[in-house]
Design a protein around this ligand. Structure first.
Ligand code: IPE
Ligand code: IPE
Ligand code: MG
Length: 250
């Protein structure tokens, strides 16, 4: 266990936009898929680090709905890598008692990747302490659209009263139903945008951007992000004074 673990104000849930594999490969004269392969090694290391640091939930943006627009050869390589990663890592996830979840339009993934994913999800379904969430064919806007469609159908069938709907009812229809919102979202590679990742769930997340490319990201970088998070004041609309003197908050 690292000595930075177990602080009361540590994030419970970290989301990561794993970016920069392509640039990492280009800098070395490698193909883009070689960069993704190296990125997958980082993914394994960061899962281990999160467990050591007591981070219960880790959500990784692995493939966006917009990533289908990449060249076919890269999309194919990414799907094969996903399949390979799942077949290789499931044993370790079981050993670590990590439960795997997937968010996104999973039904649209190629059959082999979808089956490997379902197998890994089923194999880890009994665990409830540690959670790894893979965002695959994920788009926040599609997520909202799917939630709206399902609520609209329920309302049309008379099962839901639109006037009594609250945010909690809507969030139960998101792919992330049952998962806590991310406390901290990290994006690597110097890009400072969200790219359609967890838009609803990140309403009050803290953001950390680093220039480090995903294949070069490591435990030390993660600890740096967590250290920065600890210095943030999460006010949720209140004043700083209310937070430091809760008794004087009325
Ligand atoms: C992130 O790395 C991985 C995926 C989006 C699948 P990129 O492939 O986006 O890397 P860059 O942005 O081209 O460097
Ligand atoms: C976001 O990265 C998606 C993932 C990390 C899987 P991209 O590299 O696809 O994002 P944009 O296109 O630069 O915004
Ligand atoms: Mg990118």
């Amino acid at each position: 266990m690292s000595d930075i673990s177990s602080k009361a104000n540590d994030p419970q849930h970290i989301g990561i936009i794993m970016d920069g594999n392509g640039r990492w490969a280009k800098q070395r004269g490698y193909s883009r898929p070689a960069g993704h392969k190296e990125g997958a090694k980082t993914t394994r290391k960061i899962i281990d680090a999160c467990q050591d640091l007591g981070i219960k939930y880790l959500t990784l943006y692995a493939f966006s709905a917009e990533n289908w627009n990449r060249p076919d050869v890269e999309v194919r390589a990414l799907m094969e890598l996903l399949e390979f990663f799942l077949s290789r890592e499931t044993k370790t996830l079981i050993k670590q008692r990590v439960r795997l979840h997937a968010i996104g339009r999973i039904e649209e993934l190629p059959e082999r990747a979808r089956k490997a994913l379902q197998k890994a999800i089923d194999a880890t379904a009994e665990f409830d302490e540690w959670h790894l969430v893979l965002a695959l064919n994920y788009s926040s806007r599609n997520e909202v659209l799917d939630a709206v469609r399902s609520l609209a159908k329920a309302a049309a069938a008379g099962e839901v009263d639109p006037d009594s709907l609250e945010w909690g009812d809507v969030s139960q229809h998101l792919y992330t139903a049952g998962l806590p919102d991310p406390d901290l979202i990290i994006r690597t590679s110097g890009e400072t945008r969200i790219s359609n990742f967890l838009l609803m769930q990140s309403a009050y997340s803290e953001f950390y951007f680093t220039d480090v490319l995903w294949p070069d990201f490591d435990r030390e970088q993660l600890e740096k992000a967590i250290a920065t998070y600890r210095c943030r004041e999460r006010r949720f609309g209140k004043t700083g004074e209310q937070l430091s003197h809760p008794a004087a908050s009325t």
